[in-house]
Write a protein that binds this ligand. Structure first.
Ligand code: UDX
Length: 437
């Protein structure tokens, strides 16, 4: 099929390359000339395992191209809208400027029977409004809402073989037609048995935000248990193992630690709260404010543990911060708990040296006040405390006895509960986990 993807950020770039990998002819459109130039030369503008390979393959096959010229969409039959919906400055609500601008600039190039498939995460009610906008322009193009559930680090795999597909479509014949086109574009996934939910716009929009709200709640639930564990001497990691054996609960997303960050969970729960309040339903999701508050408390907890370890004053103490990305296998520092902890410690006067396998160049741009090194040994050398805040394999695989030789004081705070306390303690370290005795 001929496909266009509007917005080549994280979601759009992966989606465009993955659609080409599936055999479609794809043009990716973005207003950012630098990004387009990078993508067109087969380079990924961010770290994502597997993406450079499928970009190069797509471009080499002639099935994938990138441009800033919107008119390039006119041969395509399906137009995926994958622009960002960031949190508005100083507010909880999502900023829909980019979605609205994308639809408006797309409208003049739409042919009758084309399908506009929204992928961006939007407040419920947006798709219906955009469908009206398209119809009012006189266009006979269709609109579907087709949320994605990709995880950074697994984005290629999650796009090519998703664990479910969701189509939000209008009623009647238009809905049938939209479904047919989406079935064709996702034929490979559907033929391998990917579950499909076909529903209305509002449900499709809500599936996405409620999935992320549920995941955020699950993480904050276990972090709340970590707080109780800290006051009782219990071990939240064993508690998570034990409750996780109940298939109704499940062990995934029960890792207590410094909490969730990234470009999705924090902003999505806030936007959901704002939208529910607009709908007069604020009380229905009021618990998400608590989910957010628990999450932010855990960042502060790590900072407090460091400060406490120095008897209340961290000024001039050398603290090695291991991790900057919001999670491993990513260079994304958006709302990263790791970077937040590093910045807070620096703000308290600590001599912070931070390391991360992929995220340093992004962190340097937003946090120039911090000192960075790509070398873990350099970060550890002379440290008075070590804080692990992103569970990269590089840190999990550290040999505690070797690390002990480099530091000035063998004190480690495991903000992700990803180290083996027994191994670290027996190598002479004072070990502190979160919610662990
Ligand atoms: C998330 C959703 O998982 C994905 O389905 C959606 O499409 C986009 O948002 P992502 O932001 O890539 O994906 O990260 P995810 O793997 O969900 O992790 C989010 C945050 O939660 C990370 O900071 C991670 O470290 C943290 N986390 C995750 C925990 O603190 N504990 C856990 O048990 C799991």
């Amino acid at each position: 099929m001929k496909v266009s993807v509007i917005g080549c950020g994280y979601l759009g770039a992966v989606h465009a390359a993955a659609m080409a990998e599936l055999g479609h002819d794809v043009v990716g459109i973005d207003v950012d000339e630098n990004k387009v130039a990078m993508l067109a030369s087969g380079k990924a503008p961010f770290f994502e395992p597997g993406l450079p390979e499928i970009l190069t393959a797509g471009i080499g096959s002639g099935r994938l191209s990138f441009t800033t010229d919107m008119s390039a969409v006119k041969d395509a039959q399906i137009h995926f809208v994958a622009v960002g919906t960031p949190q508005k400055k100083g507010e909880y609500a999502a900023d829909l400027t980019f979605v609205d601008a994308a639809i408006e600039s797309l409208i003049p190039y739409l042919s009758d029977g084309d399908l506009v498939a929204g992928k961006s995460t939007v407040p419920v009610g947006t798709a219906a409004r955009l469908a009206t906008l398209i119809a009012d322009s006189g266009s006979k193009a269709l609109l579907a809402w087709n949320p994605e559930f990709l995880r950074e680090g697994f984005a290629v795999q999650d796009t090519i073989s998703p664990d479910r597909l969701v189509y939000g479509v209008p009623g009647g014949g238009e809905g049938e037609k939209a479904k047919e086109l989406l079935d064709e574009v996702y034929a490979v996934a559907l033929s391998s048995g990917t579950p499909l939910v076909v529903t209305d716009y509002a449900t499709a929009e809500l599936v996405k935000v409620s999935a992320n709200a549920f995941l955020a709640t699950k993480i904050s639930f276990i972090n709340a248990m970590a707080e109780i564990a800290e006051s009782t001497g219990a071990d939240v990691t064993r508690l998570a193992d034990a409750i996780g054996f109940d298939a109704r609960i499940g062990r995934r997303f029960l890792n207590a630690g410094v909490g969730f960050g990234g470009g999705c969970l924090p902003k999505d729960i806030r936007a959901f709260t704002a939208r529910a309040e607009e709908l007069g339903r604020g009380e229905s999701v009021a618990f998400l404010k608590e989910v957010d508050a628990i999450n932010l408390r855990r960042r502060q907890k790590v900072v407090d543990l460091v400060v406490e370890s120095f008897g209340g004053d961290v000024f001039g103490k050398r603290v090695a911060v291991l991790g900057l990305a919001f999670k491993p296998d990513s260079d994304d520092i958006r709302d990263s708990p790791a970077l937040d902890v590093a910045a807070k410690l620096k703000g308290l006067g600590a001599d912070v040296i931070a390391t991360d396998p992929e995220a340093i160049s992004n962190a340097e741009k937003t946090h120039p006040q911090l000192v960075y090194t790509p070398d873990i040994a350099v970060a550890l050398t002379g440290a008075d405390a070590v804080v692990v805040v992103t569970e990269w394999k590089h840190f999990r695989d550290l040999v505690p006895a070797d690390a002990a030789k480099l530091v000035k004081r063998a004190y480690v705070i495991d903000g992700r509960n990803c180290l083996d306390p027994v191994a670290w303690r027996s190598a002479g370290w004072e070990y502190r986990g979160l919610g662990r005795p």
